[in-house]
Design a protein around this ligand. Structure first.
Ligand code: TYD
Length: 205
């Protein structure tokens, strides 16, 4: 059966680079898969992403828009793919809403759980790779990246360390609640070491 795999972590954890390698490794095994992202993944979702990453708004508005984009993503992309046997790898999914809107912004967890049930029913990722990293290390990486690429930081990336510590802790709490679904990657290690732990995971999926 087609699998649904998600990649998560605070900004600057380095998940996107590793995601591409992970997807290529599965494709080389002959697996039909698509890579997508949240917020985004559909034309409407990408418009919402622009708004979410740049416009200031109430924390609950942010949560609702994240789940609205997710509803569309599930209907247009994720569910049809899984039904036809195509694997799906998503760069972020619902755990990010619990981490950023719940942990970071303080949206009540029960409200997020209601949205999760409404939007997903019983669909959950088969596997979630959480790139966990001390917040100071992630901040350093983000700053270096800005210097190298000249790309400005978005609304979330501009948040302070305190916000990211809350995001990180909320991610770890989600992982603790769902140990069978989560694999925690120690993302402060060297790229080679991170890849070695991913190699183990990719052969077991
Ligand atoms: P990110 O995935 O880090 O993309 P890039 O690597 O291009 O910067 O950016 C998405 C941002 O959206 C990230 O800061 C986390 C945030 N986010 C939420 O706050 N809640 C959510 O539910 C999702 C999916 C993302």
């Amino acid at each position: 059966m087609a699998k649904f795999i998600t990649f998560e972590g605070v900004d600057g954890a380095g998940k996107s680079t590793h995601l591409n390698w992970f997807a290529d490794t599965l494709r080389a095994r002959g697996i039909d898969l698509l890579v997508t992202r949240e917020p985004g993944g559909t034309p409407l979702g990408e418009k919402l992403r622009e708004i979410l990453l740049h416009e200031p708004m109430h924390a609950e508005t942010e949560a609702l828009l994240m789940f609205a984009a997710r509803r569309e993503h599930l209907a247009q992309v994720i569910k049809p793919a899984l039904e036809r046997g195509t694997w799906v790898i998503s760069d972020r999914f619902t755990d990010a809403s619990f981490a950023y809107q719940g942990g970071g912004r303080g949206v009540v967890v029960e409200k997020l759980e209601q949205l999760e049930r409404w939007v997903q029913e019983d669909l959950q990722p088969d596997l979630t790779l959480l790139f966990d990293i001390p917040v100071e290390v992630a901040r350093e990486r983000l700053t270096k990246n800005v210097a190298l690429t000249n790309v400005a930081l978005d609304k979330f990336e501009q948040e302070k360390s305190d916000f990211f510590n809350k995001v990180r802790n909320a991610y770890l709490a989600r992982a603790q609640k769902n140990p069978a679904r989560f694999a925690i990657i120690h993302a402060e290690k060297s790229p080679g070491e991170v890849k070695a732990s991913l190699e183990k995971i990719v052969t077991s999926v």
